[in-house]
Design a protein around this ligand. Sequence first.
Ligand code: G4P
Length: 541
Amino acid sequence: MSESGSEGEVAREVERRRTFAIISHPDAGKTTLTEKLLLYGGAVREAGAVRGQRAARHATSDWLELEQQRGISVSSSALYFDYAGKRVNILDTPGHRDFSEDTYRTLMAADSAVMLMDAAKGVEDQTRKLFQVCRLRRIPIFTFVNKMDRYGRDALDLMSEIEEILGIDAVPADWPIGAGADFRGVYDRIRQRVLLYSGGEHGTTRVDEQVIEGAIDEPQVREVLGRDYDDLAENLELIEGAGATLNPEAVRAGEQTPMFFGSALTNYAVEPFLERFLEMAPCPDGRVSDQGKIDPVAQPFSGFVFKIQANMDPDHRDRVAFLRVCSGRFAKGETTRHVRTGKSLRLMNSTLIMGNDRHEVDTAYPGDVVGLFDPGLFRIGDTVSDQGDFAYAGIPSFSPESFMRVELAAVLKRKSLEKGLAQLVQEGAVQSFQAIETSSASWILGAMGPLQFEVMRHRLKGEYRVDLQLTAMPFKLARWPQGDFDPDIFRFAERIMVVKDAQDRFAILAHNQWDLQRAIERNEGLVLSETADPELFEAAR
Ligand code: G4P
């Protein structure tokens, strides 16, 4: 049994932890913002370091070559830094939509989310989907409107777009002063003060900040704002008039999103965002298990696996299981339990990930992410716990959006294929289904998009020496029937196929929403869920 650490020590560490993920559409500026946050935390000295490390890592991995060729980021890790006494954990997520399932899972390990949007674009497709996952979990969501240094859309417009499209109350925590080349800073509504910025060569260093304390109608505020005053005063009055007041409880319940404005590139208004965010974002709370809520402080060490990263080194089929610590103190070298198999587990080779530098860690606390060397033991959602007598609710499977039928080029390779696929499914790299109508086993694979299939094929070939032929199928979504389900109702359906997923649950594949709607109308009592385990969202709150 590993020592749980004194309760006082764990309580102090939990209290100061903030673990979150950034959700955004590609190109909104997630990498740039992450870099700036690390800069304020002193974790990197130069902006550009995150990007640089990304490039360097490509040299170490074979299948990650694919990332480089395509200019995408497939893998994600966790970054941490300390700021104003807080330990900040950023759960990094891949930007490309084809890997968004990875992001969905990562969101199950976050305590809050930052929704980043491009001021010129507003709510984009990818953000909308990721937002829905945050919503299901009811985690607090903070909005950062980026690229204010360019001419974008009207801030009031963006506010109502968030409310209309996402159905969450958007309440400005600050308000931009000037826009585009004339973007000067923000008015901080919480502290009632003006923050003006100058200098900074594209944000490689910290910028100069001028703080003018005072409510909007005070003379010094009017004076410093000059020609920007009338515009700001009018907007603030409109916002007040609309009753947009920040309510910390509504924020914590995920009903209200505080809105911040700034420019990650020029570094304007990034630090005040970080400060306010860290004040308002929650620290780790109890997580639901099959034995009720597990208190992060009172219980000994436990956590769950939310991501498995394979093959960082092409010469070994090694994997790293990313574990979110949920309770107690993680101590390197201690023995704990892998709950699903009942095996005892020595916590060796544990790493904290900082960019792509891997540090050995000796201790970690709730909210932290630890990378564990995985000899093939872990599956997504597995619980590790000293007590070994409870399991955290797993991680839901989300509907793939693209399906392929597997053809095997050489029949003799069937065993290798089975093994390889089983492994990749366990890692969550791809979902597998079996048609219920065929007698011989035939696989249907589901993924978010073509690149995910490409990575999978690349890995099956590299690691298992199996060549696959994949034939595209016309389906675009999977749904999981809830309650009693009779597969015969779709026996003659042309545009719907009944399958079983890797855990032997019925699922149906459909061409589009319209087909689903028709199926529901024609079959009274048919309830279809977008995830295999909708109850897990309840549990993960
Ligand atoms: P992502 O991770 O969300 O995909 O976005 P990333 O940070 O890579 O930013 C995408 C592009 O947007 C980059 O430009 C970046 O410099 C720019 N950008 C990010 N934040 C801001 C901002 O606040 N203002 C402005 N004007 N631009 C911003 P790029 O030309 O694609 O790349 P690079 O050559 O600058 O690296």
